[in-house]
Design a protein around this ligand. Structure first.
Ligand SMILES: C[S@@+](CC[C@H](N)C(=O)[O-])C[C@H]1O[C@@H](n2cnc3c(N)ncnc32)[C@H](O)[C@@H]1O
Length: 206
């Protein structure tokens, strides 16, 4: 059980956190209007709620979808129950061939699907990723290195594939889920600029 899954009163900790991540809120504005958003390991849907409220259509995927009933009948939401770690969703499964204007991942790490996460971005699509990093084990769960990013790892993983708009790494005690955290916002527009050198257009970081 990871840090986000600690239970209190029978309710896993991650389902008791309804406040969206400040990092996701900060970069959500870069997603194109009325875009499509994939919320990976959506948990209680705190980020799906944010994007639906902003007018986007959201696909939520998680192996446990009991907490996502509010999205089941929502005309701008789609709930997929699937195991992200058995290879099925992107191969012959419900995400096969699909593309999104944004992919959002928070407090979840399964390294083998990283290429899938980047691969399912539309041109111009935004990856917003935030999860715990090495060093967090000194404070709290998750402590398993498989669930902890290395410093700079998010940069390496998107390097030469996405334009990095913002990156942070360090201890954040005021985050919705405090701990040692790595975060990135990156956009699939490398080499797509109108300029002669093909540099992508700058994004609004104010
Ligand atoms: C710590 S919670 C984070 C939830 C949400 N992203 C958030 O930040 O509020 C981790 C989520 O990953 C999901 N998860 C863990 N392993 C999974 C797997 N193999 N396939 C699909 N979902 C998985 C859990 O069900 C849980 O909802």
């Amino acid at each position: 059980m990871s840090k986000g899954e600690e239970k209190s009163g029978g309710v896993p900790r991650h389902l008791r956190i309804s406040r969206p991540s400040d990092w996701v809120v900060r970069w959500a504005g870069l997603v194109k209007p009325k875009g499509t958003v994939l919320d990976v390991a959506a948990g209680g849907g705190r980020h799906a709620r944010l994007f639906v409220d902003m007018g986007h259509s959201v696909t939520l995927i998680d192996r446990a979808t009991e907490a996502l009933s509010e999205f089941r009948e929502h005309k701008h939401a789609e709930v997929i129950q699937a195991d992200l770690e058995d290879g099925s969703p992107w191969q012959l499964g419900p995400l096969a061939g699909r593309r999104f204007d944004a992919v959002v991942v928070t407090n979840y790490l399964y390294r083998p699907i990283f290429e899938n996460l980047i691969g399912c971005l539309e041109d111009g699509g935004v990856l917003i990723y935030e999860t715990f990093a090495r060093g967090n084990e000194a404070f709290a769960r998750p402590r398993n290195p498989d669930h902890l990013l290395k410093s700079g790892e998010l940069i390496e993983r998107v390097s030469n594939k996405l334009q990095i708009v913002a990156y942070e790494h360090g201890l954040d005690e005021t985050a919705s889920c405090p701990g040692v955290i790595s975060r990135i916002c990156a956009i699939k527009d490398l080499g797509q600029g109108a300029r002669e050198d093909l540099e992508p257009a700058p994004h609004d970081i104010s």
